[in-house]
Write a protein that binds this ligand. Structure first.
Ligand code: ADP
Ligand code: MG
Length: 261
């Protein structure tokens, strides 16, 4: 793979599985041999916590990357998974919208800093639950957007607003921005509602919806309190199996080939 793939994991709804997907897709891709960088772009810092980076360890954060002179390499931290690194976030990021409002090219700050990423990396950006300046920075920097959709009643609501934002980003200087696809999360196969939402999503969005669905699985929700991806916390769980399978589909859709040694 000659250049980098930059993926914004976005949905302005909270609690739909963005962070869980960023952590576990990142872990699965890295364990499959794809060097992966996770950018924690949410002031809540849940992706950082979930990968074992305690608040007191977060020396240089994504805020420094956006607002300061730090380079991407300056801000990268290693995780327990060899090929997975992260730029952590702290709550100071919550004032970024205000602090950066007067900055020139304020939607291109992340794009610029990602230019010196190691060649052949996959860069996953965990977006906050809003379509503000941070998510715009992610979309301007990205090649594609991955949209987690929780398999619940109002799942498709809000999607048109997200697609409108993507259209604006295309018109505003990132014409090749794609939608990588839609991932159904927290699905309960015993629940008719989940099945109905899946049928609706596939009827409306067609092949954009990934074949793999992430099931609701208690091991997935427990893993963050052990500061681990579920792939390390319980590799045999249904949640781990689903994220491993999804990572292969995702890599195939990105047309990634593993670097041969
Ligand atoms: P977002 O980043 O979109 O706000 P999260 O990834 O933080 O969403 O997920 C919201 C909550 O749902 C978290 O408590 C998370 O642990 C839980 N969760 C996410 N995916 C699953 C799943 N497949 N099974 C069970 N719980 C899940
Ligand atoms: Mg999140």
């Amino acid at each position: 793979m000659a250049h980098n793939s930059v993926v914004a994991i976005a949905n302005q709804k909270g609690g739909v599985g963005k962070t869980t997907t960023a952590i576990n897709l990142g872990a699965a891709l890295a364990m499959d041999g794809h060097p992966t960088i996770l950018i924690d772009l949410d002031p809540q810092g849940n992706a950082s916590t979930g990968l074992g980076i305690g608040v007191e360890q977060r020396q240089r954060t994504v805020y420094d990357l956006l607002a300061g002179s730090e380079s991407l390499t300056d801000c990268l931290m290693a995780t327990d998974i060899p090929d997975l690194s992260i730029v952590p976030a702290t709550s100071d990021l919550s004032s970024a919208d205000v602090d950066l409002a007067q900055t020139r090219d304020r939607t291109r700050l992340l794009h610029r800093k990602l230019q010196d990423a190691p060649k052949g990396s996959i860069i996953l950006i965990d977006c906050p639950p809003a379509l503000g300046l941070l998510t715009l920075n992610a979309m301007v920097a990205a090649d594609g957007v991955l949209v987690p959709l929780q398999a619940e009643f109002y799942a498709l609501e809000g999607l048109s607003q997200l697609l409108t934002t993507i259209k604006h980003v295309r018109q505003g200087g990132n014409p090749d921005l794609r939608v990588n696809g839609v991932l159904l999360t927290m699905s309960d196969s015993r629940n008719n509602l989940s099945q109905q939402v899946e049928a609706d999503a596939r009827a409306t969005l067609g092949d954009l919806v990934f074949p793999t669905i992430i099931p609701r699985n208690v091991r997935v929700s427990e893993a963050p309190s052990f500061a681990q991806p579920v792939l390390l916390y319980d590799p045999a769980s249904k949640g781990s199996a689903a994220y491993r399978q999804f990572a292969r589909e995702f890599a195939a859709r990105l047309k990634l080939v593993k670097e041969e040694a």
